[in-house]
Design a protein around this ligand. Structure first.
Ligand SMILES: Nc1ncnc2c1ncn2[C@@H]1O[C@H](COP(=O)(O)OP(=O)(O)O)[C@@H](O)[C@H]1O
Ligand SMILES: [Mg+2]
Length: 363
């Protein structure tokens, strides 16, 4: 694919806030977006040149969408495989279905890590409830049962200790094929937001330090308080994963940092084949944001400069948090983002704020 000229159309499957921020970044580069989502009130629709409201199973709508686009990408990882396959027959899809196949499945992610010799938390495959008791016996308790598919924001997970009922945990995660994972006594959580193009060129943003509350991302901060060598290893892990996937576009690798005898060690937690909540700070904190980086990669443009120009702390505005919008809008150094969602259900990401400070070198 030669670089798409300005005026070309990028299709986005999924219409959430990530699609919204992708469409805004594309518009800045003179590229048009066509957003496809079954939900009529999708946040991305109101900033896109074009949109289609149709189910992911509607082949006629998918065909018309693919025909209208010069390249198609996705803003969420759980796009049905059949949808990707259908669109792929008529339009270039970036990243390819392979990235999604791996990242939609926690077991496949774990197997990839094993294959690459990258450490992650100890785990066992739990295809049925019967295997859960065995797995629980083998892994040191406490541990976490995670459904292989469709989990997000801590959903599809249940913690287990020696007192827990395995059948209750199995029911809690929806009686679905799962993995059991040892609970990691991490010192901190970090993520790498990276971008790879079709030619294998790679760039990464500064490692981000993340705080989750109740399984949902609360705050992301740069620079992360980790050693320079740890940060380098984190980026190297992302590079190896990106190459193994043959990924085109932005992806994120979530990691745990454990401290052992004064040294830091990394365990890979999750891979997201898309722009990521822990990279929102790049909008104001960098020369070019993760959203621009993704658009450039899928459009065949040169990768952007990922250099960081400020220290930043991003806080999600979840549910009623967004009611403080006026106070945040009045705050010096605060960049407010609201996603245009009308209904503030609890746990729903309504917006975020990135607070900037003067740049300081990573430790
Ligand atoms: N094995 C683990 N040990 C300790 N904490 C964990 C473990 N797995 C998940 N968590 C916590 O739960 C959060 C969400 O889990 P994660 O596996 O990233 O699922 P998702 O982000 O898809 O909901 C993590 O960021 C981390 O804070
Ligand atoms: Mg996660």
């Amino acid at each position: 694919l030669t670089p798409l000229s300005p005026g070309s159309t990028i299709g986005i499957l999924g219409g959430g806030q990530l699609g919204r921020m992708l469409a805004i970044a594309a518009a800045q580069l003179g590229l048009r977006c066509h957003v496809y989502c079954p939900d009529a009130s999708s946040p991305a629709f109101e900033v896109a040149a074009k949109y289609t409201v149709a189910p992911y199973e509607n082949t006629a709508a998918l065909d018309a969408f693919a025909k209208d686009c010069d390249v198609v990408t996705c803003e969420f990882e759980n796009v049905p495989a059949a949808t990707l396959a259908r669109v792929s027959t008529q339009c270039v899809v970036r990243p390819s279905a392979h990235s999604f196949a791996i990242c939609q499945d926690r077991r496949a992610e774990k197997e990839l890590a094993v294959k690459l010799g990258i450490d992650s938390a100890a785990w066992r495959d739990v295809p049925t409830l019967a295997e859960l008791d065995t797995a629980l016996g083998e892994l040191a308790v406490p541990s976490i049962l995670k459904s292989r598919h469709l989990g997000y924001d801590g959903k599809g997970q249940a913690r287990l200790d020696s007192m827990s009922s395995t059948s209750r945990a199995w029911a809690a995660i929806g009686n679905a094929p799962s993995i059991l994972e040892a609970l990691v006594p991490f010192a901190r959580e970090v993520s790498v937001i990276a971008v790879r193009d079709a030619g294998g060129n790679f760039a990464a943003y500064d490692v981000t330090e993340n705080i989750h509350k109740g399984g949902i991302l609360h705050t992301s901060r740069v620079p992360a308080s980790i050693a320079a060598e740890t940060a380098q290893s984190a980026v190297d892990i992302a590079l190896r994963i990106g190459n193994a996937l043959g990924h085109v576009g932005v992806f994120a690798v979530e990691m745990f940092v454990i401290e052992e005898g004064g040294a830091e060690r990394l365990l890979v937690n999750e891979i997201a084949p898309r722009v990521h909540n822990t990279g929102h700070w790049t909008i104001e904190g960098c020369v070019a944001s993760q959203f621009e980086a993704h658009i450039r990669a899928v459009a065949g443009w040169p990768l952007p400069d990922t250099a960081r120009i400020a220290d930043a702390e991003m806080t999600n505005l979840i549910g009623a948090d967004a009611e403080a919008w006026a106070a945040i809008a009045a705050e010096p150094g605060a960049a407010l983002h609201l996603y245009g969602k009308t209904e503030a259900r609890s746990g729903r990401k309504m917006g975020h704020v990135t607070r900037l400070r003067m740049y300081s070198k990573p430790v």
